[in-house]
Design a protein around this ligand. Structure first.
Ligand code: AMP
Ligand code: MG
Length: 293
């Protein structure tokens, strides 16, 4: 099994040329059936990992999702990140800044949504928009956005130093695939609401977005907060790569349930033995859907 964390990570300091990356890549000999089984297994691991993170309540995890329109950011939330218990998970979708947000520095609204101890935070779009859409449309002068790469690195370093593990996924689709997906939205009444003329117009800036992404990936992929370029034309491969990378990251965090804060024997003796006579040692059937330890 290919280690996608190694294969898809942007190595710090390396040059990124997205035209050399095939957005249609879908693993080496992986079938969709294999992938479905693997994603299901990874999801169980994610569920357990998050439970331990929450129980431990000392560290946190930040997952950044970026990608052009229709690249699958919502899909990853729905199909992979739904493994996490909503209790202990926050999802933030960053849109055009409000007047209050614009009146502050660009990291203000982002910092407020960073994960607290024990939490997973998912950013559906993020502070990276401030060097992407903002750069492509010249919403602030070059002098301002060009300083932001370092500011972002510093911000992420700070989060890392206070116990947040960060990983960032760029969901990479081709321009043709994007048009296909827009067409699907047109044909599916459940997705008509997603259609925006602005999204079509943005296609004329495709090359500028790619250039802006390349610079962000190059300058802001660090050992502590790596970027992964996920070939995303195939949704099933996208989910496989993201879930494998997330699992490997959680595993490296070496999460453990905290030691109980009470003396178990004492609790058994004092509250259960007298009442039931069995010392509270009766077998507990694992609840349905409860993860195995
Ligand atoms: P969507 O993700 O389709 O809901 O659209 C959200 C929109 O908000 C996208 O067009 C983003 O480019 C835009 N957006 C997000 N962050 C910023 C930002 N910091 N400045 C300007 N536009 C932004
Ligand atoms: Mg959009």
């Amino acid at each position: 099994m290919t280690d996608y964390r190694d294969r898809l990570r942007v190595k710090p300091g390396s040059k990124v040329r997205l035209k050399d990356v095939d957005p249609g890549y879908h693993g080496d000999g992986v079938t969709t059936a294999d992938a479905a089984a693997m994603v299901a297994a990874y999801e169980r691991q994610l569920e357990l990992g998050q439970l331990k993170l929450y129980a431990e309540s000392r560290r946190s995890l930040l997952i950044v999702l970026q990608g052009l329109d229709a690249s699958g950011k919502d899909g990853v939330c729905r199909h992979v990140l739904d493994a996490f218990n909503p209790l202990g998970t926050t999802v933030s979708a960053f849109k055009q800044p409000t007047p209050a947000e614009l009146a502050h520095d660009f990291l203000w609204r982002v910092h407020a949504r960073a994960p607290g101890k024990g939490e997973v935070a998912v950013f559906n779009r993020s502070h990276y928009e401030d060097v992407l859409v903002v750069r492509v449309h010249g919403l602030v002068p070059r002098k301002v956005w060009s300083r932001r790469y370092e500011q972002i690195n510093e911000f992420e370093r700070q989060l890392g130093a206070s116990g947040t593990t960060i990983l960032k996924f760029f969901l990479y689709i081709s321009k043709d695939e994007q048009l296909e997906r827009f067409r699907d939205r047109l044909e599916d009444p459940r997705r008509n609401w997603k259609i925006s003329l602005g999204d079509y117009e943005e296609r004329s800036h495709w090359d500028e977005y790619i250039e802006a992404y390349e610079e962000a990936l190059e300058r802001c992929s660090t050992d502590d907060a790596p970027w992964y370029v996920i070939p995303s034309n195939r949704k099933w491969f996208r989910d496989l790569a993201v879930s494998q990378i997330l699992c490997a990251t959680l595993e490296d965090m070496d999460l453990r349930y905290p030691e109980p804060s009470v003396d178990l024997e004492e609790v058994r003796r004092q509250y259960h033995l007298a009442a039931t006579g069995d010392g509270g040692r009766k077998k507990v059937k694992p609840g349905k859907g409860r993860p195995e330890r």
